[in-house]
Structure formats: C-alpha cells, structure tokens
Design a protein around this ligand. Sequence first.
Ligand code: MYA
Length: 415
Amino acid sequence: EGNSLNKDDSSLETIVRKFQDTVSLGKKHKFWETQPVGQFKDVGDTSLPEGPIEPPTPLSEVKQEPYNLPSQYEWTTCDMDSEETCNEVYNLLKNNYVEDDENMFRFNYSKEFLRWALRPPGFYRSWHIGVRAKTSKKLVAFITGVPARIRVRDEVVKMAEINFLCVHKKLRTKRLAPVMIKEVTRRVHLENIWQAAYTAGVVLPTPITTCQYWHRSLNPKKLIDVGFSRLGARMTMNRTIKLYKLPDSPATPGFRKMELCDVPAVTRLLRNYLSQFVVAPDFDESDVEHWLLPTEDVVDSYLVESPETHEITDFCSFYTLPSSILGNQNYSSLKAAYSYYNVSTKTPLLQLMNDTLIVAKQKNFDVFNALDVMHNESVLKELKFGPGDGQLHYYLYNYRTQSALKPSELGLVLL
Ligand code: MYA
C-alpha cells in the first residue's frame, strides 16, 4: 500500500512530486539510516554484493521483551478472528490510513479484506500488532506482517510482507512509527525470518523500483463529479461516457470464474509465468488457494479454459479496495478494483485485460487501477488507462539488489 489513491495526473502535481522526491534523496533519515536497508549513499556502488545486508543473529540473541513505548501506551496483539478487534482495526484504518496528496480520498479496506490479507497460510498472530492508550484502551496504531516466500533472481527468501502501518492522526510525528517498525522486526526475527518486503508512497532509503499507478475509468461521470478525474480538453460528458463504454460481456470463449478445482492448474500456470521476473512470490497451491480463489468483494479471478482441450491457458485477477470520498455531498465511496496477477499464454494480454475490465464494470466498479509491473505497461494505453499522480515505491529490508529494477522486472503485487 502506499500513498497512491490514483487520481489523474496533472503536470504541476508531477513537477511538485518530482521536486519533493529530489529533496528526499538529500534528506536525513534518522531512523532509516540505522537500519539494514540500501542507503542513498550506496546507490550506484556496484562493488556491494547482492543478498542479505546483515547475517541472521542466533535466536537467543534476539531481544525477548517488546520495545518501550511512551508510558501512556501499551502493545496489543490483534486477534483478527475476533469480530470486536477486527472492527477496531477496521475503524482505525478507515479514519487514519492512506490518503491522496490532496486529502480527497482515503483507503477503506473492508473487514473481510483485512481478514484475507492478514491470515494467509502459516500466518503468525503475533505479527498483527496494535498500540492502545493505557487508560481508554482505544486502538491508536497498527502494523502487520505476513509470511511469504519471495524469489530474488535465483534465491527464494523467506520474508515478511509488512503492511497497514498506521498511527492515529492525533499522534503523528512523535516517532511512534520507528518503534512499531522495530517491534515488528523483532517479532519477525523471533520466527527466524530476517528479510521483508513492503511498499510505500513515500521515498525512503532505497526503493528497489518505483512504479506508477494507472487508472481506467469505468464510471467516468462519477469519477469526474467526485474530483477523481477531470474532463479532458475538448471533451464533453457525453463523449467521455462513450469513450469509456465497454461491451456487456467478455469476448474470449472459455472465459470463466476460477474454482477450487482449478488451483493445481492455476498454480502451474502462475509459477511458470512468474519465473521470468527478477522479484516475484514463490506461490505453492495453498498460497494460490488463499490469494487467488475468488472471495466475494475481496478478490476476483477468472481464467480461460480452452473449449477444445479444456486446458487452462490464461488467468487474470483483481482485488477490491474502496476509498472513502472525503467531503462530497453526493457520494461517500469510490469502488475501485486493483489489478493483481495476470497470465497470458494463448489469449493476448490486451484481450484478457479488456475482458477483466468488462467483468469489473459488470460488478459495478467505478475505476480499475493497475501498476506498470510485469507486462502491464504494454496494454495500458490502448485499454484507455491514464497515468495517476501516485507513485508506489517497492522496498526490501535486509536484502540488497545490485541495482534498481525496471517496474516490468517486478512480478510482485502487495495489497
Ligand atoms: S505503507 C502505508 C503507511 N501508512 C500511511 O501512510 C497511513 C497514514 N500515515 C500514518 O499513519 C503515519 O504518517 C505513519 C508514519 C505511520 C506512516 N514506511 O512516527 P513518525 C518514517 C516506512 O514521527 P508519523 C506501509 O504500511 C519516516 O521516514 N517508514 O511519523 C508499509 C521517519 O523516519 P526517518 C515511514 O507520520 C510500511 C519516521 O517514520 C513511513 O507519525 C513499511 C517518522 O516516524 C512508511 N510509510 O508515522 C514499514 N512513513 O526519520 C517498514 C514514515 O528515518 C517495514 N516513515 O525518515 C520494514 C520491515 C520491517 C520487518 C523486517 C523483518 C526482518
């Protein structure tokens, strides 16, 4: 997740953002300078080897007690099976999580989504970390990890995927975030895991790649009404609606929803496809069942089953992440689909993605978002996606890559 509620690009915003990123490269990072991550001063130094920055320490040397919080606060482990705790997490994020630069939209992850994102195969409850105010017991901050095997070139590395770092708006800039990051790091270390992957909208030392969000209007009138997009030059509302119109149903013969019995075939297809990227998850069947089997209003997956051979040749998926619309009279929620993993072997990617847009439209999404990762870039323009103002930076913790990757060399999508 990052700071990337992807409104339309505008040149001034882009210039300001690039300027801010440049400033950030020269900025001091009092916390991040102490961490085993690629440092800005080392950018371009090809003498540094690829791989772990520090070796693992013996487990007996991992700090056994939690880090100290300011005295008014206490640690809590959030049990996402508990309806009550899940509600508290949901509300903290709903009111305090990622907004766009102009504070018009804020991510609104659903409870079902949070449960899905936080309980993959082999998850650790101890990695779902909250901070409460001691007297009121109110949940005021959150950070999570989930285990994943991520391949970097030829090495499959056990990692934590870190997400949902959130500090209540009233407690910002008090250096709570570094304590939370250190505490999740400690709990990951206790499981003998020494690397992590994460994304953010902010520039930190040092991205392995920087991706751009693109968005495809499905409901252009609403998007314009809420300020997500603007009417193009020399365009009327009617011409805009016509421009983004899609057929009523997918075109590819054999295009259907993924089912449980497809897990082995989808796993084979996906593993083979992802093997071409420099950084990608190493999914087994249980991962595919968890991450890709359709779950209503959370994740949708479709595939192409050849009508002749019944072979599964192509796959596409997206997840559901609405945003709250802040301060609009007429609308309170933007329904957004985010492109997840797509594999094309027989059906051209352009046609596969167009069919995906069609089903997203049928399901009443307002917008379909995609990053320029994997082969996405090659079809975005033709499918009438426009570049967003959000950048998403990808990071690895305690793992150095020789040089930055191109977005197209990245085969990893985090939530
Ligand atoms: S990305 C989503 C992040 N969440 C939001 O943007 C929600 C809205 N914002 C907030 O809730 C707060 O502003 C947050 C910062 C909590 C983000 N990732 O406490 P502070 C550094 C990493 O005074 P606050 C996601 O969830 C900042 O550079 N570091 O600041 C992935 C500064 O350090 P330095 C960040 O604004 C998270 C320090 O924090 C981020 O009150 C991956 C300031 O702390 C950020 N997004 O709180 C986490 N934003 O001085 C890393 C700011 O050095 C995981 N900072 O510049 C690392 C791997 C750990 C596991 C390792 C296992 C081996």
